[in-house]
Design a protein around this ligand. Structure first.
Ligand SMILES: NC(=O)c1ccc[n+]([C@@H]2O[C@H](COP(=O)([O-])OP(=O)(O)OC[C@H]3O[C@@H](n4cnc5c(N)ncnc54)[C@H](OP(=O)(O)O)[C@@H]3O)[C@@H](O)[C@H]2O)c1
Length: 236
């Protein structure tokens, strides 16, 4: 097995995912970067896999190409995700299919395939990016599809942490507040800041640093690490 570690990062073309690609490269990992629009990088240590993460075929390619090209999979970051705030009764079938496709199918297909490789290796780390709205819904931000899907990711993080506990494979999640990424137009930032007890939005580096903490925390598994300016602590 190659000695150089390998991370698969989904949703890697922008925002938190792009920050994660850089952080793992800075730490000497080879990276398989997945998103629909991602382009090949001039960096030989980054291999782009373009595809919709909701499709099992994209997951299959990402895992197969990680092993064929780099020889192992140490880390999977399930970062690709969508968020839609709408009154519950207004969600359409299309909204439902899209949210479950990216957030749930997008977790399931690639995690199952990467976990098989990690279990054979006897080591690995799976991290998913969820949201603190799951535990602390905010009045005026109706987000039931996020609760259903990202809440499921929090639950399965704990389930898999226990299922894999004796195998060398750890499973964790990072639960962000609202982070300054292309997901949020700059003109919304002032209002978004007020949705955090600390009175500001998070930065991409806040989430990247949390993932890297979990990466190095060999005694931590089943953790939902809240990086949310106090949102999960309660009302404000
Ligand atoms: N930003 C926040 O405030 C916030 C808060 C809580 C949680 N999160 C979570 O953090 C994660 C990253 O958020 P972000 O703000 O960095 O998002 P973002 O800026 O909107 O970027 C989303 C990334 O996911 C990719 N993606 C979207 N749909 C995809 C699909 N069907 N298949 C493959 N890739 C897909 C996009 O690339 P392509 O368009 O090329 O596919 C892009 O690289 C998400 O899971 C999000 O739910 C974000």
């Amino acid at each position: 097995m190659s000695s150089q570690k390998v991370a698969i990062i989904t949703g890697a073309s922008q925002g938190i995912g792009e920050g994660l690609v850089k952080a793992y490269r800075d730490r000497g990992y080879n990276v398989v970067a997945v998103s629909r629009s991602i382009k090949q990088s001039p960096d030989a240590g980054v291999h782009a896999v373009a595809g919709d993460i909701a499709n099992a075929e994209t997951a299959e390619r990402a895992v197969r190409e990680a092993v064929d090209r780099y020889g192992r999979i140490d880390t999977l970051v399930n970062n690709a995700g969508v968020f839609l705030a709408k009154p519950f009764v207004d969600f359409t079938q299309e909204d439902f299919d899209h949210n479950f496709g990216v957030n749930i199918s997008g977790f399931f297909h690639i995690t199952q395939r990467a976990a098989k490789v990690m279990l054979e290796q006897g080591a690995g780390h799976i991290v998913s990016i969820t949201t603190s709205l799951v535990n602390q819904p905010i009045a005026g931000v109706p987000a039931a599809l996020a609760s259903l899907t990202k809440g499921g990711l929090n639950s399965v993080t704990q389930e898999l942490a226990i299922e894999f506990a004796k195998t060398g494979v750890r499973v964790n999640a990072v639960s962000p507040g609202i982070i300054k990424t292309p997901m949020h137009a700059p003109e919304t930032h002032a209002a978004m800041s007020a949705l955090h007890p600390v009175g500001r939005m998070g930065e991409i580096a806040d989430i990247v640093n949390a993932v890297i903490y979990l990466e190095n925390a060999s005694f931590v598994t089943g953790e939902i690490l809240h990086v949310d300016g106090g949102q999960n602590a309660g009302r404000w």
